[in-house]
Design a protein around this ligand. Structure first.
Ligand code: NDP
Length: 434
């Protein structure tokens, strides 16, 4: 804490991982080398820069850009860019730290990084977003490269923003390096299923957790939070597997739809109109209502998928979910469940799928995109779906078996942290004191 004052999210993420490592450090003393934990908790490099741009009226604005290159022991830095007014260095560091463990868990050769800006794209015209992205990339480009650092999207950064960022990168460098950014459009180097991968992957992970218990999603009532990229595709996959998804939310409130979320309507509102959620019940009819400031966790559900943002599910919300009979909670977002909430869920015997494992489908699909870029190939949707599913099953099994191996059967959080650590530590120790 003394080294990272004013960074509560980073302290929370680091504490959550480091406090679960005692069993592996005891069982594998070769990984308990002095100084290793300190190096794991310290980013390799942090870049902070000015992003000046002009709005449509000609008024100047200055935002702050970040890229935290956290750990490259396993491969080039890889992780998304977030554009949100709340973004600060502590949040980027927490995301980069989580990303490092997540990427280790995928089994691919990628390190961890994260970045973004306190710019808010909501309510901005396409031309304003383009000018902002161009200014952001004008500085960031010098730090990127397919063997160095490869960003993707996150909150506030979707295919529109990736397009503007890639265009500026290509213009400045005069190189078609498609492996430098992932989440590209299908027509210009993107992969099938990259937009869907995080949400789909989280539901595949949940399905595997249920299979272990001899259960499935079929007919289950599901509460999903958020209405962005991850939430929309989690809803889609859960519905495909027969679940009854009742909720969605944004930062202003939530929608409850007793008939089940009308996904084409919700997608149109969010992806085409870029509108707000409170419009949904007006178009949907009497089965739906919007609760300003409401939380999806108050709706009785068998399964819950927090897919919006960090610390959105606290201990009190977890107690409500438990009282309503929730069986499993799986994180589509990064660290949406507070430590107090995790404790409440685990004490109540609720299966908990941590984001660093459950939402790794996005980064896994980014690697599939990089593989296609490197070989100048494009894979079919079926082929890509099969690979994504295989990665998610592997991650699930790794967490499950690791938890078992270290005396914590069914504890996916411990399993994910230890499995990520084992791979990362092995790579770092082999490469010496760097
Ligand atoms: P989007 O920007 O597409 O959607 C974010 C959603 O969360 C929106 O509904 C937004 O509502 C809501 N939200 C954002 N901030 C807050 C807040 N402070 N309080 C309440 N609601 C909020 O982002 P993504 O769907 O891509 O990302 C969602 C989560 O998933 C993040 O934690 C991200 O780090 C994580 N993630 C994303 C991956 C990806 O591939 N995109 C990969 C792995 C993890 P509003 O519109 O009102 O802001």
């Amino acid at each position: 804490c003394r080294r990272n004052p004013g960074e509560p999210e980073f302290q929370q993420a680091a504490h959550e991982v480091l406090s679960s490592l005692a069993p592996v450090l005891a069982a594998r003393p070769e990984l308990a080398e002095p100084g290793l934990i300190e190096r794991i908790a310290e980013p390799e490099r942090q870049i902070i820069f000015r992003v000046p741009w002009q709005d449509d009226s000609g008024a100047p604005h200055v935002h702050r850009g970040f890229r935290v290159e956290f750990n490259s022991a396993l491969g080039p830095y890889k992780g998304g860019l977030r554009f949100h007014p709340s973004l600060n260095l502590g949040i980027v560091k927490f995301l980069g730290f989580e990303q490092t463990f997540k990427n280790a868990l995928t089994g691919f050769g990628i390190g961890g990084g994260k970045g973004g800006s306190d710019f808010d794209p909501r309510g901005r015209s396409d031309a304003e977003v383009m000018r902002f992205c161009q200014s952001f990339m004008t500085e960031l480009h010098r730090h990127l490269g397919e063997h160095t650092d490869i960003p993707a999207g996150d909150i506030g950064v979707g295919s529109r923003e990736i397009g503007y960022l890639f265009g500026q990168y290509r213009r400045i460098t005069n190189r078609w390096e498609s492996g430098t950014l992932t989440g590209k459009g299908r027509a210009w180097g993107g992969s099938e299923l990259r937009p869907q991968a995080t949400g789909y992957g989280a539901v595949l992970f949940l399905a595997d957790m249920l299979t272990v218990r001899g259960e499935s999603l079929d007919g289950r009532r599901v509460a999903v939070s958020g209405s962005g990229n991850v939430a929309l595709h989690a809803i889609e996959k859960a519905q495909e597997l027969g679940a009854h998804v009742l909720t969605a939310s944004d930062s202003a409130g939530c929608v409850l739809d007793e008939k089940g979320i009308d996904l084409p309507l919700l997608k149109h509102l969010k992806e085409v109109e870029r509108g707000r959620l409170h419009v949904y019940p007006h178009r949907r009819g009497t089965s739906a209502r919007y609760v300003p400031g409401g939380r999806v966790w108050d709706v009785p559900a068998d399964l819950a998928l927090p897919c919006a943002t960090q610390n959105e599910l606290d201990a009190e919300a977890a107690a409500t979910l438990v009282a309503n009979g929730v069986k499993a909670v799986v994180e589509g977002a990064n660290m949406p469940t507070t430590p107090g909430a995790v404790h409440v869920l685990q004490q109540a015997g609720v299966s908990f799928g941590p984001g660093k494992a459950a939402n790794a489908g996005g980064v896994a699909a980014s690697v599939l995109e990089m593989q296609q870029n490197a070989t100048r190939q494009t894979w079919s949707r079926t082929q890509t779906a099969a690979r994504l599913a295989a990665v998610m099953h592997r991650i699930h099994d790794t967490c499950y078996e690791t938890a078992d191996r270290f005396g914590a059967p069914g504890d996916y959080l411990t399993g994910a942290n230890i499995a990520g650590f084992e791979r990362l530590a092995t790579g770092m120790l082999a490469q010496g004191l760097v």
